[in-house]
Ligand binder design. Structure first.
Ligand SMILES: Cc1ncc(COP(=O)(O)O)c(C=O)c1O
Length: 454
């Protein structure tokens, strides 16, 4: 059989990489859009062969480096990534016989880190922000640069400054949208990470039609949306060219996850959180007028973000959200919980508002987050320290010496931290309490948080 894109028959998986003749789908949004006249289309990038918009740049950066002669037989790839570029590169590397090393932030969802290893990449986990921070000396970008500089076999394609990233979108994403909308596109919207998507696609579309509006969407500081950057982090990306965009706008983590939820529930579109972010931001600049055709990039699907969803929708999966990793509390825990309920002592818990206030006071409580280190790295209460609950007995020396010191224990939803207040009481601490509702309630109330590297 011959390759035939119309019949969707391909000679190999790389034939599935999108192009003007073989585009990713554009799907009209019908329910989450408050419009009568304007048409909003989502471009579903998980229809690329390795599951994300980044497959385009992985293929193009490798092709470009081979053409320049910097990459060839015997060479090894090293690339800092927030996940999707690594996943695409790992598969292109497998197809072409290269090895790949991916230094990345330990805060990246477990799903992405696991699959990256499964695809064959040598994953090096580091203390960095979700999207690697160029200035961080111990971060993923610095690590990749050190490897590429000190070991001559290694090649770093560097998606943050490689024009082949931007050109992948200029040559594929832009022409696809132009053809798919028959030249009718009026607005182009994308979330911003390296900014390859927005700059490359926006540039192509504006060359075709000067009045196409280009809208770039970024996340709030300390966000929990893998793949995209906050305004502060954007300044560090060489492909960020704000003079080529008409608008940029900030979206919160909460807004992004809520829209992601609505896309899945109401549109039956399996979009991930950065798709929700792009849509929320983009709609602020799209008027409801006849003739308006907006295209929003949906970078990847929701399946890579199960652990993030547990954090942001703790009611959906309470056992996981509590950070204990267990499906159900053990007998011992049930006993403790009953005992605790029986005590019904209101002084054993502290409400979010009260903790927030007491953190401003002189005699600040000593806040201990008892969740797994991974969850703590992703999102935490500022100035809290991390002692995972099963380590408390061995790490008792890290608690204050003063048995009167105010201590607040924190977990995902305030259930397991409650149990451990009893343990601390058994050690003689008289002023120990558990945060009611845990980190979930802290986030829900819009209190400040910190994430890895922040
Ligand atoms: C999930 C996700 N959304 C959005 C983006 C942003 O795309 P770009 O890097 O082209 O700005 C990325 C990039 O990694 C991503 O992984």
């Amino acid at each position: 059989m011959a390759e035939d894109q119309n019949l969707r028959v391909y000679d190999s998986i790389v034939g599935l990489l999108s192009s003007e003749e073989n585009p990713t789908p554009l799907v009209r949004l019908n329910r989450v859009i408050p419009y009568k006249h304007a048409q909003i289309y989502a471009k579903l990038e998980w229809y690329n062969p390795f599951g994300a918009v980044k497959d385009r740049i992985a293929a193009n950066m490798v092709r470009d480096a081979e053409e320049r002669g910097t990459l060839g037989p015997g060479k090894k790839l090293v690339e800092p990534t927030s996940g999707n570029t690594g996943l695409g590169l790992a598969m292109i590397a497998n197809a072409k016989g290269y090895t790949l090393q991916t230094p990345l932030s330990a805060a990246i969802p477990l799903e992405k880190r696991t699959v990256l290893r499964f695809f064959g990449s040598n994953v090096i986990e580091l203390d960095d922000t979700l999207c690697p921070a160029p200035g961080a000396p111990e971060g993923a970008i610095a690590s990749a640069m050190r490897t590429a500089e000190s070991e001559p076999d290694f090649v770093m394609l560097n998606q943050y400054q490689n024009e082949a990233n931007l050109l992948a979108h200029y040559r594929t994403t832009g022409p696809e949208i132009w053809r798919q909308t028959q030249g009718k596109v009026t607005h182009f919207i994308a979330g911003m990470g390296t900014c390859g998507t927005i700059t490359g696609t926006g540039r192509f579309l504006k060359e075709k039609r000067r009045d196409v509006k280009v809208v770039g969407v970024y996340a709030e500081d300390g966000h929990d949306i893998p793949g995209v950057r906050s305004q502060r982090q954007l300044a560090q990306t060489k492909l960020y060219r704000p003079d080529e965009y008409d608008h940029t706008t900030e979206v919160t983590t909460r807004e992004s996850f809520d829209m992601c939820f609505r896309l899945n529930r109401e549109e039956s579109i399996i979009a991930g959180p950065s798709s929700g972010m792009a849509l929320v931001g983009g709609l602020r600049f799209v008027p409801d007028e006849p003739g308006v055709v907006a295209v929003v990039i949906f970078p990847d699907n929701v399946f890579k973000y199960a652990s993030s969803i547990c954090r942001h929708f703790p009611d959906l999966c309470p056992a996981v959200a509590s950070g204990d990793g267990q499906a159900a509390p053990s007998k011992n825990e049930q006993f403790l919980e009953r005992m605790f309920e029986n005590l019904k002592n209101p002084y054993d818990t502290v409400r979010v508002d009260d903790l927030r206030q007491s953190l401003q006071a002189a005699n600040k409580p000593f806040v201990v987050d008892v969740r797994e280190s991974e969850l703590y790295a992703q999102l935490r209460i500022p100035d809290s320290i991390n002692i995972p609950m099963q380590e408390i007995p061995d790490r008792s020396a890290e608690f204050p010496e003063d048995r009167e010191a105010p201590i607040v224990l924190v977990c995902g939803i305030g259930k397991f931290s409650k149990h451990w207040t009893l343990y601390l009481k058994s050690m003689g601490y008289r002023n120990v309490r558990s945060l009611k509702g845990g980190v979930s309630e802290w986030v829900r109330k819009g209190c400040p948080t910190q994430s890895a590297g922040a």
